[in-house]
Write a protein that binds this ligand. Structure first.
Ligand code: SAM
Length: 230
């Protein structure tokens, strides 16, 4: 019965190492009619690594509302659609979240939205943190300008482990901000997870910053902050 309901598959893709994709994800990418993606160049590279040829269409925060109408028409016409972000699980700090919100608002129960789970940078970093992670707070990217100071001050008041994403452009500033707000609380900085230059830094914020500066500040970063001692 449910088979006839138009379906959008949110497919998790690797966060670096191309082997980190599930067999189901590869099969679904082969089976769908269209792959919506954050960036067609990134998705094309990914699909060609698995020898998959599929029509690609970009969907991101600046996509025109007309694109959603076209997606709705395709679904109504019986086409199946996948969405992949540039890396990891769609919807976690990427345009997948907005896509699902908009689809739910617009089509409600008339379409099915199916997760095809897999890699995610937040969980990969938490899993190797060594901190108590049965409870944690994920804050995504710190704001670039307005609200940035408050963002880091607020972390000091959160008792659970805290996880955030940061880019190479702002990691230094983020670790400086943490130095002045969380003091000697331990952190883990996970750089380039699953990639050739994967490195894990453990210590206080100033210790990790010094180690990173000594090493290499390039790449993608997840920062995990230990739970506060109570
Ligand atoms: N949806 C993705 C996920 O599930 O991991 C995250 C998308 S977000 C736009 C991209 C950010 O995730 C990067 O700026 C970085 O902070 C983090 N990230 C992604 N891949 C990473 C990796 N291999 N190593 C460390 N951090 C990574």
């Amino acid at each position: 019965m449910t088979e006839s309901i138009p379906t959008v598959y949110l497919i998790a893709t690797p966060i670096g190492n191309l082997e980190d994709i599930t067999m189901r994800a590869v099969r679904m990418l082969r089976e769908v009619d269209l792959v919506l993606c954050e960036d067609t160049r990134v998705a094309r590279k990914l699909l060609s690594a698995y020898d998959i040829k599929k029509p690609l269409e970009s969907y991101h925060q600046h996509s025109a509302p007309a694109k959603l109408v076209a997606i709705g028409d395709m679904l109504a016409g019986g086409k199946s659609i996948a969405f992949v972000s540039d890396a990891g699980t769609p919807g976690i700090s990427d345009p997948g979240g907005m896509l699902v919100r908009t689809l739910v608002e617009r089509f409600g129960d008339a379409i099915r939205i199916v997760p095809i789970p897999g890699a995610s940078a937040v969980l990969a970093a938490l899993s190797i943190s060594g901190f108590f992670t049965d409870r944690f707070r994920f804050l995504g990217f710190p704001p670039h300008k307005k609200g940035r100071k408050t963002f880091f001050q607020t972390i000091a008041e959160i008792p659970e482990a805290v996880v955030l994403y940061e880019s190479k452009h702002r990691i230094e500033k983020a670790l400086e901000a943490l130095t002045s707000t969380i003091g000697m609380r331990q952190i883990v900085v996970a750089r380039e997870l699953t990639k050739q230059f994967e490195s894990i830094y453990r210590g206080t914020a100033p210790e990790c910053l010094a180690a990173l500066k000594n090493d290499d500040m390039r790449g993608e970063f997840v920062v995990v902050i230990a739970p506060a001692k109570v």
